[in-house]
Ligand binder design. Structure first.
Ligand code: KG4
Ligand code: ZN
Length: 398
């Protein structure tokens, strides 16, 4: 049953190596009356393909998104009970869709087949990740969303991927398919740690952000992936490093190795992770370490990374009298970082920590649907004729 005051959002995410589509129904505003339900959710991870090459190749990611979007859309529609039914669209709207997807011939052909059996659905807005991310990959999702918005006459919302990560952490998942919003106070600080980003974002007001710290070189997830590669693990290596480090902690109380936490004592809130990767590379020195040494390296690396992430987060909490800290992005799935940050914040007795469910820490479309909903209720719509993907989109400017 559809609630009368609820909005249904179709969301599309293609910023990196996950192709994802979902349909959520939500109602209420940011405070206690907000609730949502996931009606359909489909995700295809390209990890296995990129693992063969040791990292994400933007043009390969783009091709895979183009190939998989319509099958995922079909799957999400089926779960949401938008049943197939033949339909004829106005030729003019299909011409515009063809122009938008001129460089994605296969996607256009698949879209036409999809539209033959899907009339305009009961959806109030289409939300799509417009950035940041890999630009060729972003464009595929953006152009499909623009085409659907034009063909169906449904408003379009361009979403900042990082805002999606923040929103996911603010939710209270009552069960895997529905939830409410957590109770939280401003100022809110978001530690956004993923394969492409490492940022500290401050928010004094709902949906207003300022970036107060960022990485000067590699993102933290990238450092996890590079160190994992040095130890012989496939992309993305974050989970492998994390498991090895946990094994080492379980077998020796004291670490046998130490790396330098990068920029720990710098007088700002910035990060840098390329130096520690170099330190690990020099230490390994072209050899493949034995299993015991791999565990020691993983632990020392994770210790150093956690130390700097936590120190800078605590510094920002103190400086801005932060009441709520959220962690988002793929690296927020890391158990040790979550636990250490939780312990450190508990000691300050000031800020509450909110983390996303582990399976929604990495990229997905639900995060985009949630952020898209809050823009849609403010009627913050994009023009489907002009919405652009922006690989360097900055949360502070959205
Ligand atoms: O947010 P995400 O799915 O994609 C980007 O927007 O980048 O993050 C992916 C990153 C990868 O670098 C991956 O190695 C890292 O998150 N990651 C982890 C863990 N799980 C995923 N890093 C450390 N520990 C983990 N448990
Ligand atoms: Zn992400």
């Amino acid at each position: 049953m559809r609630y009368k005051s609820a909005m249904r959002i179709l969301a599309i995410e293609t910023s990196c190596d996950e192709t994802a589509v979902c349909i959520i129904e939500a109602q209420g505003d940011m405070n206690a009356d907000f609730k949502f339900e996931i009606l359909g959710n489909a995700l295809y991870s390209q990890i296995a393909i990129h693992a063969l090459y040791g990292g994400v190749y933007p043009n390969l990611a783009k091709r895979e998104h183009a190939k998989n979007l319509i099958p995922l859309l079909t799957k999400a529609f089926r779960s949401a009970n938008y049943n197939a039914q033949s339909f004829n669209y106005k030729a003019q709207s299909l011409v515009m869709a063809k122009e938008l997807l001129a460089r994605e011939e296969e996607l256009y052909e698949q879209l036409i087949e999809f539209l033959k059996i899907h009339p305009k659905p009961d959806i109030d807005a289409i939300a799509v990740t417009k950035g940041p991310g890999l630009e060729p990959a972003l464009w595929v999702g953006v152009n499909l969303a623009r085409a659907l918005s034009i063909v169906w006459g449904i408003p379009l919302v361009g979403v900042d991927h990082m805002e999606g990560h923040v929103m996911t952490s603010l939710m209270d998942f009552v069960n895997p398919s529905s939830g409410l919003m957590q109770k939280f106070e401003f100022p809110l600080l978001a530690l956004l740690i993923s394969g492409g980003h490492t940022e500290l974002v401050l928010s004094h007001e709902w949906m207003q952000y300022a970036v107060i710290g960022r990485t000067r070189d590699d993102a933290v997830g990238e450092a996890f992936d590079k160190v994992a590669r040095l130890l012989g693990f496939p992309y993305p290596g974050g989970p492998a490093i994390s498991s090895l480090a946990a094994l080492d902690r379980a077998s020796h109380q004291k670490p046998s190795l130490k790396f330098t936490p990068p920029m720990l004592h710098s007088n700002d809130l910035d990060f840098s992770f390329s130096g520690i990767k170099t330190e690990v590379r020099k230490f390994v020195d072209g050899e493949t370490p034995d299993d015991e040494m791999k565990m020691a390296i993983a632990r020392a690396f994770e210790d150093a990374v956690a130390a700097v992430l936590i120190t800078k987060t605590l510094r920002a909490v103190e400086e801005f009298e932060v009441q709520t800290v959220v962690v988002g992005g793929g690296v927020s799935a890391n158990t040790y970082i979550r636990q250490q940050l939780g312990d450190a914040l508990a000691k300050t007795d000031q800020a509450k920590l909110l983390v996303p469910p582990a399976d929604l820490a990495t990229d997905n479309a639900i995060m985009i649907g949630l952020a898209g909903y809050f823009h849609a209720i403010k009627k913050d719509f994009a023009d489907p004729a002009t919405l652009r993907a922006d690989g360097n989109l900055n949360l502070a400017r959205t």
